[in-house]
Design a protein around this ligand. Sequence first.
Ligand code: PDD
Length: 280
Amino acid sequence: MQTETVYLNGEYLALADAKISVMDRGFLFGDGVYEVIPAYAGKLFRLEDHLERLDNSLKSIRLQNPHSHEQWRTILSPLLKNGQDQSVYLQITRGVAPKRDHAFPQKVTPTVFAMVSGITPHSDPDNGVKAVSMEDSRWKLCDTKAITLLANVLLRQAAVEQGCAEAILFKDGYLTEGAASNVFAVIDGILVTAPKSPAILPGITRDVILEIARKNDIPSSEQAIAKADIQKASELWITSSTREIIPVVELDGEKIADGKPGLVWKMFYKLFQEYKQSLR
Ligand code: PDD
């Protein structure tokens, strides 16, 4: 299949031919959910976990999943290029309604869309990225992977305009996550991350990292992390399906430790690559 081939409502089409109505509730209201699933060597990574999170997101917005997990696998697989590392984006909206009305329309078929793009994991052991801390201005459904991402967009853009790769978010003085990532820190030798709650997206990469830590007897903890704790971190990472594990070496203009990716990141980078290889 061509790189530009996408899936839309039962058909595989060239990207340029994939069109939806301006009455789609995704377009008018941001009324939909999505998933981003990495595929390594053409094989979908932790697909069941992503589909379970999709089920939870759909339940949260009271939309029925139009497909079984098996059907999803069948739909997504033809989009993948043999042997390549890619990420699949899939989106389901509440569909095209006859008129614009906030309340749910009756008997409307959801719009289902999927496309693939490249993955660029951070592999440079000598350099990391800069981040900036910001007040988490988002809503109370951050555990729903909703397409309604305006707050995340504005936060990420503000970070980019300050020369940073990510906005690290704090709510009431406590770490939540990044604008499009989860956040880990190494504090007093322990790998810590915020606990699952409606304030964060339960990242699949986050789960994998915690599993790797447990398997390798590396001390880790899911706990409330105050902003003052982050200031004494020896390492800070952002994690996501498209960026894997990225070391943050500067926060708010201050170096973290010596301003280089830390030893724990180096170890996890290696363990994460080994885990990926083991699934091929
Ligand atoms: N975002 N938190 C937020 C707000 C996110 O948007 C993401 C990922 C994550 C990490 O989740 P995971 O490890 O399952 O990718 C956490 C995707 C990549 C995106 O919106 O493109």
